[in-house]
Design a protein around this ligand. Structure first.
Ligand SMILES: [Zn+2]
Length: 248
């Protein structure tokens, strides 16, 4: 699907700055730490995506953003290193033309839902997109014992297949991926996936096994529509907080 490495065209400076800022927002919101990454599909070349070089998310600057083809070959690395798990991003963009941004994290409250047979449910309206269902990808089903990382295209394909038409997938004993049709939506969803997981732990402990009155699929669909616009208020706040620390 993707061709020879080469630039998909110029990307507006503001887009690059927002992508770098998104990385720092995910740190501030407890989604990523020294690990984890966010990418954005190239705004004018759908067969390219943009992601920081291999660096801790809190340290990302606009100068760290690299362009990749969908096989996750860097187009303009110029000596900069790439994330081992960049194939998560490239293979999801190949499989899902509707997705413009992908967040991969190991956010801690989410991990338990990939370890036991308890499905994640949408506990509140901010996490509405979860009500559509949360698949769990188990890398050993297809690849046996591994280092658990999505370190090549084949593993990325299997992960994207497991995600299917959802916008989230959990990875057993590893982490999760949250996606969106915009950068802002992917950030919002990644943040509220972590918050939702926390609330679900509290809810299940409080209820001691009682049924949970989570959002149903239709409520989730309706609330998610609102989140796509009203959720931008959170983005505006988080973006301003980054801007207060850096001059971009
Ligand atoms: Zn990972």
């Amino acid at each position: 699907m993707s061709g020879t490495p080469g630039s998909g065209g110029e990307v507006p400076e503001q887009v690059i700055c927002d992508l770098a800022a998104a990385s720092r927002i995910l740190v501030a919101q407890g989604v990523v730490d020294g690990f984890g990454h966010i990418s954005l599909r190239h705004p004018s070349a759908p067969d390219r995506y943009l992601m920081a070089r291999s660096i801790a998310p809190a340290l990302v600057t606009p100068a760290d953003i690299i362009e990749y083809d969908l096989d996750s070959n860097p187009c303009n690395a110029n000596g900069r290193g790439s994330f081992l798990e960049r194939f998560i991003h490239g293979e999801i963009y190949k499989a899902r033309p509707d997705i413009m941004s992908v967040v991969h994290s190991h956010s801690p409250s989410v991990v338990p839902f990939g370890l036991v047979d308890v499905g994640m449910q949408a506990m509140f309206h901010n996490a509405a997109f979860i009500a559509a269902g949360v698949p769990v990808f188990d890398i050993r089903h297809k690849f046996g014992a591994t280092d658990m990382l999505i370190g090549n295209g084949a593993k990325g394909v299997a992960l994207a297949e497991s995600m299917g038409n959802k916008d989230i997938v959990l990875m057993r004993a590893h982490g999760s991926v949250a996606c969106g049709a915009t950068l802002q939506s992917a950030v919002f969803r990644a943040v509220y996936t972590e918050v939702n997981a926390r609330i679900q732990h509290w809810t299940m402990a409080l209820g001691r096994g009682a049924p949970v009155a989570a959002l149903d699929e239709e409520e989730g669909r309706l609330a998610d529509v609102v989140n796509q616009t009203a959720g931008l208020r959170s983005w505006d706040l988080w973006r301003a907080q980054v801007r207060a620390q850096v001059n971009w």
